[in-house]
Design a binder for this molecule. Structure first.
Ligand code: SF4
Length: 427
């Protein structure tokens, strides 16, 4: 591989590192996997999880880190003195295919700095994806960023070649957006999300019509089948969790968002790269990772356990408890909802019990058709009895009555949130 291409990968994968919207974890490269790249292979591969929980590897890069915008939190901002470079669509398509053939990746996550008008930037991303699909016969996963301000025509085209599209909401309020990312506009961001939603509906309706097949299209031709997602930076501005959770709830509702990703604010100076100071940013000891984790759990409650944002938080209690998962926190505040008799409760009620997730709730319903349940059976089904014990009865008897909520809170607390992972588990 040419040195300049190697350098481009180093710069443009490093520059893409802080976009969380492909559920990433940084890779340590391809050590020991091949002779061409060896131990010097730069970070460029992230791990992402599919809807069914499968872990996939993606090449995560920017098309270009040349950017006209001046977002305070970003190493690529125009006011930062950093080395700039860009791929060409052909170069990037060839690189993706090469990585794919070597089994390093299963797909591409592609974003870009705003080096020109939004339509021109979007055109380059589309050209890369189109080259991959039409010239290289690439069938792997492609996630493209929508450049806010680009027209509906471009989004329509992008959705034909990409599995997923995303546009980052970036910050919870317009005021914060104006403060930290003054070149971005909430109207353009929401407009792109809205265009996506309209196009998805249009394609879904079209696919049901005979005319769709008559146009030479196949039923397999979807518009961005993996839907749209977005990313929100947490902790760079003053908004509370109540505002964030409400915003996410409305994004899921209005734009059928597949995922909202929360990205704990990392000060650019912690990126390991030379970054000029920006007085708009807060000085933090480190990224607020526990807060990010609790927001993912609250998000999980809304998406899978059917909680509303207002049940999780309120204006008077606007922050998630850093020591307690939000489902247990809700249960302790609503003790009059409990105990739940596991031999009678419906699915929705079972989902409210700490320690019982969707999978276990379904198993409970199935098993109950033939026999009644004991605590031991419930444990064998996967329930976390350590959590559930204060909130359930089996055949009318409690394991332990929740007489002292403060003591339960102490017993169920995570002491410091250390080692917390994304909530891929049930809770
Ligand atoms: S638009 Fe903002 S966040 Fe995106 S690359 Fe440019 S400076 Fe960074």
């Amino acid at each position: 591989m040419a040195d300049d291409l190697q350098e481009k990968i180093t710069i443009l994968s490093g520059a893409a590192k802080y976009d969380a919207s492909c559920a990433t974890s940084g890779s340590s490269g391809f050590k020991g996997k091949g002779d061409t790249f060896g131990a010097t292979m730069p970070t460029g591969v992230c791990h992402s999880w599919t809807e069914d929980g499968r872990c996939v590897s993606l090449l995560k890069v920017l098309y270009s880190n040349v950017c006209r915008f001046d977002c305070a939190y970003c190493v690529n901002r125009v006011s930062n003195d950093t080395k700039r470079t860009s791929f060409s669509p052909k170069e990037l398509a060839e690189l993706t295919v090469e990585f794919y053939r070597r089994n390093y990746i299963e797909g591409l996550f592609l974003s870009s700095g705003i080096f020109a008008d939004p339509d021109i930037v979007m055109e380059k991303l589309i050209e890369t994806a189109k080259t991959l699909r039409t010239e290289s016969g690439f069938g792997g996963y492609i996630h493209l960023k929508i450049i806010p301000g680009t027209g509906e025509k471009m989004i329509r085209e992008a959705g034909l070649w990409a599995d997923r599209l995303s546009v980052n909401i970036e910050l919870p309020t317009e005021k914060s957006l104006q403060y930290l990312a003054p070149d971005k506009s909430k109207k353009a961001i929401l407009g792109a999300m809205n265009d996506f939603t309209g196009l998805r509906t249009e394609f879904e309706e079209d696919r049901r019509k005979p005319k769709f097949l008559a146009q030479g299209k196949t039923k397999e031709q979807f518009f961005a089948p993996a839907g749209q997602s977005t990313q929100l930076i947490v902790g760079a501005t003053e908004e509370n969790d109540f505002q964030i959770v409400n915003l996410s709830s409305s994004l899921y509702r209005k734009f059928s968002m597949r995922r909202v990703y929360y990205s704990a604010f990392i000060h650019p100076s912690e990126s390991g790269r030379k970054v000029s100071a920006d007085s708009r940013l807060p000085e933090l000891a480190g990224p607020p990772l526990v807060r990010e984790h609790r927001l993912y759990q609250a998000d999980w409650l809304m998406r899978f356990y059917h909680f509303s944002a207002n049940e999780i938080l309120s204006e008077t209690e606007p922050f998630l408890d850093t020591h307690l998962d939000p489902k247990t926190a809700w249960a302790l505040k609503n003790l009059d909802f409990f105990p739940i008799e596991i031999n009678r409760a419906d699915y929705e009620t079972l989902l409210r019990i700490p320690g019982i997730g969707a999978k276990t709730a379904r198993r409970v319903l199935e098993t109950r058709r033939s026999r009644s349940l004991s605590i031991d059976t419930l444990r064998r089904m996967g329930a976390v009895i350590k959590r559930a014990r204060y909130f359930i009865t089996a055949g009318g008897s409690y394991i332990e009555q929740p007489d002292d909520p403060l003591r339960i809170r102490r017993l169920l607390s995570d002491t410091d949130g250390a080692g917390l992972q994304l909530p891929l588990f049930e809770f």
